[in-house]
Design a protein around this ligand. Structure first.
Ligand code: GLV
Ligand code: MN
Ligand code: MN
Length: 419
């Protein structure tokens, strides 16, 4: 796929090379079901990072690691003091995730650099390719924290001191353990623009036969940790009427939260995906359950109303069952709107390449949702099979991934200019 613009420059990304990189990366943490389990700051995440760093160096990038462990590969510009044009996404995954969520955006950035190297082109502004630390928020309760620190949304101390769910370690300690506790500045300097390429993780593009999604924004999100406390007892001797079963209470809350979603139009998405049970034994009545709530809706006012009702519901169920409940907000973000010029740049690049493009909203959260606070930001979506994501079966077509990568090259070069 080659493109020549009015100024006569040509640079073509290599779709086969991009696919090979994705498949090589997917071997690290490969799951039996064909997906990837490369949870942030595990040994597998370290192996993925090491591979990415070696590829960056091979492509001539100067690599730095910042205080949140973000890996930044920099390609010098002719005007190297100019604010960089930045792209990137995440190499960490869900425990049973797919091969493309996150890895695509990082490796598409690398492919842009490789294509520019092949074409012998130097941009005016420097380019930076980022692997953001812990986008998924599986181990440390809140995701997109490292890009949040970079964008000034969170303090560095907050990010580094985030505890894991077991309360046995912190994000900062795990970064040090895997050797990615860098000392470069985590944000705090101007960047010209940020673009993130990602699979859509929803069905709209595939359904409408579009190859490129120009992403308008992302819906708001609120996450909570709910701790339900009852009392442990013997499964054989404690009569049903005398029990204060935390698991039963939590299950009633989960069912109520699922029903609550259907009271609103458009229907929000509410997920209770993570549960810890104490003591988690067949023959002991559960004494304590901690579970997560993830609620999302495109209207911030409606989302606030949903959350009030959700918390009331949990308190009501607890009171009925003689249980105690504590609810802590673990993360949250208002609805995000991306930069009109960046959105238009994606549409224009797709048009120039003859690719069917449509505007889409993101149901998922992304590091781009943080970076849009400090720089003009846009996202490029490509279809994924049946909209399936956060699933080992997640799939995307090599041709679509290549098309999105070429759009990424176009918009980055357009922003950075050519020397
Ligand atoms: C990120 O995958 C999210 O939770 O949307
Ligand atoms: Mn992602
Ligand atoms: Mn994800």
């Amino acid at each position: 796929m080659a493109v020549t613009d009015k100024a006569g420059w040509t640079a073509a990304i290599d779709g086969d090379r991009l696919w090979r990189s994705l498949m090589d990366m997917a071997r690290i943490g490969a799951t039996p079901g064909g997906g990837v389990g490369r949870v942030a700051l595990t040994d597998l995440d370290k192996a993925g990072r090491d591979l990415f760093v070696s590829w960056c160096k091979g492509a001539g990038l100067e690599v730095r690691i910042d205080r949140m462990g973000n890996i930044i590969g920099r390609r010098a510009g002719a005007d190297d003091g100019a604010p960089p044009v930045v792209t990137g996404s995440h190499l960490d995954s869900q425990p049973l995730g797919g091969r493309f969520d996150g890895a695509y955006g990082v490796l598409a950035g690398l492919e842009v650099v490789r294509a520019l190297n092949d074409a012998g082109l130097v941009t005016r502004a420097p380019l930076e390719i980022v692997n953001w630390t812990d986008e998924e928020g599986v181990r440390f309760a809140a995701g997109v924290v490292a890009s949040g620190v970079y964008a000034g949304r969170f303090d560095l101390d907050y990010g580094l001191n985030l505890a894991d769910r077991e309360g046995t370690t912190t994000l900062g300690r795990e970064l040090a353990r895997i050797g990615y506790d860098g000392d470069a500045l985590c944000g705090g300097y101007p960047i010209a623009a940020f673009f993130e390429a990602h699979i859509e993780q929803g069905p709209v593009l595939e359904h409408e036969g579009a190859t490129i999604g120009a992403v308008l924004g992302a819906q708001g999100q609120r996450c909570y940790a709910v701790t339900v406390t009852g009392e442990e007892g013997h499964a054989g001797t404690l009569p049903m009427a005398l029990r204060r079963d935390a698991m039963v209470g939590a299950a009633r809350m989960m069912d109520g939260l699922n029903r609550l979603a259907f009271e609103f139009e458009p229907t929000p998405v509410i997920t209770t995906g993570h549960v810890q049970v104490r003591p988690n034994s067949r023959n002991t009545v559960p004494g304590r359950v901690v579970f997560s709530i993830d609620a999302r809706h495109p209207d911030d006012g409606v989302l606030a109303e949903i959350c009030v009702k959700a918390l009331d519901l949990c308190h009501g169920v607890a009171a009925e069952g003689g249980l105690q409940v504590e609810i802590a907000e673990t993360s949250g973000r208002d609805t995000v709107t991306f930069d009109p010029d960046c959105i238009e740049a994606v549409r224009a690049a797709a048009a120039r390449l003859g690719l069917a493009c449509r505007d889409v909203y993101s149901g998922a959260g992304h590091d781009a949702c943080n970076i849009q606070r400090i720089a003009p930001t846009g996202m490029i979506f490509v279809p994924c099979k049946e909209g399936i994501s956060h699933n080992e079966r997640e799939a995307a077509a090599a041709g679509d991934l290549a098309a999105g990568c070429q759009v990424l090259l176009e918009v980055m070069v357009a922003r950075a200019g050519l020397a």
